[in-house]
Design a protein around this ligand. Structure first.
Ligand SMILES: [Zn+2]
Ligand SMILES: [Zn+2]
Length: 242
């Protein structure tokens, strides 16, 4: 039995014994919920105006097309990267608990935030041929026990009826990106991903999935590889944006 199947079985048993509580404040909540109304109200939605390319929000009114500071002076290879929530406060905490705290049940809440990104104008009317999760290096996936992007892509695949196809692999174990500036991140990632053997993305419209967009460098590098190997479009959706 897989770790996830075992986990699902245990969580069914646990939910019969204990009433569900808010993932943040432990207040009692209804079945099928993850946050109480009070905590849910503190979740920060990204509202316009924001950068059309990378979803970086702006203060004040911007009427014309513009390039944000995050996108300036660099090429981002995805067509657009969309997130509906900011990775702050409760959103950040839930994603960290899901990813590093092994609280796998939280994937359903994180996936709800990801689904909200699909409602965005830049994605809503598009059709996709495949969903592709951003891969982890095999050593890191073994260490964590799962790839959070794959779990989210599975849920999204079921909802959109689009095949989840992990066509990319990560071939370099890069050091953690957080200490790097933007230019260093791009450099650090070059050559980190490649198309897996016998995979073909020619002429496909790809929806790339990850949990969080920080600078967009990872998604851009994945998109570069997908486009170089023939993908027509690569859009990206994440549950949150730094
Ligand atoms: Zn709460
Ligand atoms: Zn931007």
């Amino acid at each position: 039995m897989s770790a996830l199947a075992k986990f699902n079985g245990l969580s069914v048993i646990a939910s019969l014994l204990y009433p569900p509580v808010c993932s943040i404040c432990a207040a009692t909540i209804a079945h099928g919920e993850y946050l109480c109304a009070e905590c849910d109200a503190k979740v920060t939605r990204i509202v316009p105006p924001f950068c059309t390319k990378c979803s970086e929000p702006f203060e004040g009114a911007i009427i014309s097309e513009f390039t944000c500071a995050n996108c300036e002076h660099r090429v981002l290879h995805f067509d657009a990267a969309v997130a509906a929530y900011r990775s702050r406060g409760i959103v950040r905490r839930v994603i960290l608990d899901f990813k590093y705290g092994r609280q796998l049940h939280l994937r359903h809440l994180v996936a709800r935030w990801l689904f909200a990104a699909l409602d965005d104008d830049r994605l809503r009317r598009r059709r996709f041929d495949i969903i592709v999760p951003v891969p982890l290096h095999p050593a890191r996936e073994r260490e964590r026990g799962f790839n959070q992007a794959t779990l989210l892509a599975d849920l999204l695949s079921a909802r959109m009826s689009v095949q989840n196809k992990p066509v990319l692999e990560r071939i370099r174990y890069t050091t953690t990106q957080t200490a790097f500036d933007r230019a260093e991140r791009m450099e650090n990632l070059h050559g980190a991903f490649r198309l897996r053997k016998n995979m073909d993305v020619r002429e496909l419209r790809v929806l790339l999935i990850d949990d969080v967009l920080t600078t967009g460098s990872t998604l851009s590098e994945c998109a570069r590889v997908l486009k170089k190997t023939g993908a027509n479009f690569v859009h990206a959706a994440t549950a949150a944006r730094a």
